[in-house]
Structure formats: C-alpha cells, structure tokens
Design a protein around this ligand. Sequence first.
Ligand SMILES: C[S@@+](CC[C@H](N)C(=O)[O-])C[C@H]1O[C@@H](n2cnc3c(N)ncnc32)[C@H](O)[C@@H]1O
Length: 229
Amino acid sequence: MHIDIITVVPGLLEGPFSHSILKRAEDKGLASVKVHNLRDYATGKQNQVDDYAFGGGAGMVMMIEPIARCIEALQKERTYDEIIYMTPDGDTFDQPMANSLSLKKNLLILCGHYKGVDQRVRDKFITREISIGDFVLSGGELAAAVVADAIIRLIPGVLNDETSALTDSFQDGLLAPPVYTRPAEYEGMGVPEVLLSGHEAKINEWRFEASVRRTKEKRPDLLEGSGWE
Ligand SMILES: C[S@@+](CC[C@H](N)C(=O)[O-])C[C@H]1O[C@@H](n2cnc3c(N)ncnc32)[C@H](O)[C@@H]1O
C-alpha cells in the first residue's frame, strides 16, 4: 500500500511514520507513506496557500489552485483508490472503515488547516471525507496519522503475529478482554487463575466472556442486535 499525504505542516508528520510498527511496515516494503508540502505547489513570492473567505468572517481558507496542482501532479504518478479529505464533518472513522481501507493499494489524504479547504476542492477531487471524532483539531495532520496507523497495522505481515489485530477491540464487535503479564502477583493483586493454567480452550472461553462483560459495561451499544446482550 502507498499513502500520499498533502499538508502545509509536513513537520507534524515526521514523527509518526519513523517509529515502531509504521516504520517496520516501511522497512518490510509492505507500506510506504510520502508527505507532500503543499507550499511546493504554491505560486507567488509568499508561497501563498490560503486567502480570506468570501463573505468575510474570521479565518483563512485553503485555496484550490495549489491543492489542484498538487493532486494533479500526484495523479500523474498513480491512480488513487480514494482521495480522502480529513474533516470534522466527514464520516466518523471506525474499525470497519479501517479494515476496508487497508485493502486499498493507493490512498491520497488531504489535510486541511485554518477554516478548511475551498468547497470546490471537495466537489472536484475528494472521494471520501473522514472525521476522527466530534471535536475540532487545528489541522488534519494528526487525524491523517491516526487513520494511516489504523490502516497500516492491518496489512498482513505488518504485525509480527498476524492474529493480533484480529483479537483487538471492535474486530468482532466486542471490546478486547483484560490482559496481564509478569509478575503473576503484584502487591497482592493476582491474575485470573485460568490465564496461568495453560488450558487453551478454557482461556479462550474466559477471554470471550470477559470481552462480552467489558463490552456490556463500557459500550453496550456495540451489543445491540448481536445476541450477546
Ligand atoms: C480548524 S479545522 C477546520 C474546521 C472547520 N472550520 C469546521 O468547523 O468544520 C482545520 C482542519 O483540521 C482538520 N480537522 C479538524 N478536526 C478534525 C477531525 N475531527 N477529524 C478530521 N480532521 C479534522 C481538517 O482537515 C480541517 O480542515
């Protein structure tokens, strides 16, 4: 998978992709992420990428011309399965969306800033609009990093144990069960006996029941219609 990200603050995306699982995915050749500085596509002395909003009001708006130049240049190199705009009014990102995006080959993610992008960018180029929740960030970069992380870790081979992602919260409509590691006792706090038993079937049964219990407590909405309520 290849992900191109367009931003006016490329520095914000330097960290997330140079560590841990995302870095490993790049090193293994399973995913690549390239960050493009929108200012490289601006014209004029100031490398202007934003301007006042028509109709007045506070906040600048990202102009269509630099974005169009950037997207069109990238489209000459590859065909995108989706051109995504990160925006608080988009579809709320969730695990099923991450699963479906992880199957794509080429994604382009546009990060907004200021008041967002000129609506005509959205009308002309964007195939999918994604929000990471009902709150407003200063820019789309951190949201794009969240989406890219959630997608890339699902690509087969990225995680050392491929079954790991399958047992995470939301994959089967449940929250993940509690997990424990050494020491088996800490300041009088133990570990459920069954997890130390080595009995795989019993451990799986305990984990499933603990998942259902935790989901009932914390996210009963996930259980609606599942038969596990
Ligand atoms: C300050 S916000 C603009 C908010 C916009 N005026 C609104 O009220 O919907 C600047 C940029 O941050 C990004 N952003 C902010 N909140 C986000 C969220 N919850 N999910 C995804 N992107 C977000 C978007 O790219 C947006 O264009």
